[in-house]
Design a protein around this ligand. Sequence first.
Ligand code: CNA
Length: 237
Amino acid sequence: MTNLQQLKQWILESKSAVFFGGAGVSTESGIPDFRSVDGLYHQKFDYPPETIISHTFYERKPDYFFRFYREKMLPLGFEPNVTHKVLARLEKEGHLAAVVTQNIDGLHQKAGSKNVYELHGSVLRNYCVKCGKFYGAEVVKNAKGVPLCDCGGIIKPDVVLYEESLDQRTLEGAVAAIRKADLLIVGGTSLTVYPAAGLLHYYRGDRLVLINRDETPYDSYANLVFHEKLGEIFSQL
Ligand code: CNA
């Protein structure tokens, strides 16, 4: 049996699979990831991206933060690709219980997935830090400089910055789904950003599948490894 046949069989047999993904899930929609050669980390800025996307930097230089955020982190106008769509279908068919994602682009929901744990938040949700009023992404996109609420407070994207902690309820939901999973498919993530990458350790089963173009520190833990593009695998599922 080939690895692909094995994966297909495991999916068919599964009733509580979880897909755990990262930026590589959306590169085939045209959104660059952070660490590939053509990703964000290889472009030139005055500061490294980790510095700009940190809470300290956001507090100290909000105008610079929002300039970078608008230009590089606000993925609006993109469409789900085959991986997002097949995952939504597998949920409908009763094989997939949840998607746990490090992405902030909202494309899983756009593809139809219902049970999505967004570990790092979403650019589609934005709140005034003073009065809590909700704003969509367009207001942030179209603001000149720092986006401001009617009350004068800063409109902050509901995105987890470096130095900020993950939302506790989201984290607990993701952990519970992974604990219960009879199949865990991990894809499009370098598995280097913590605590997200550590969630893999909650999986108890022996059907851990890793689909990533580049090698990851967890390759040796997996029961099946594909060093291929997600689209190539998912278009065959
Ligand atoms: P990463 O560290 O950039 O790693 C991405 C991984 O995906 C790399 O190992 C690539 O080899 C792999 N990859 C890229 N394209 C494909 C593909 N088509 N098929 C298979 N593998 C592919 O990204 P992580 O998600 O691991 O890092 C976590 C960060 C990135 C999170 O905080 C995200 O919020 C953040 N991020 C999100 C987006 C988004 O929302 N679309 C975009 C860029 C960065």
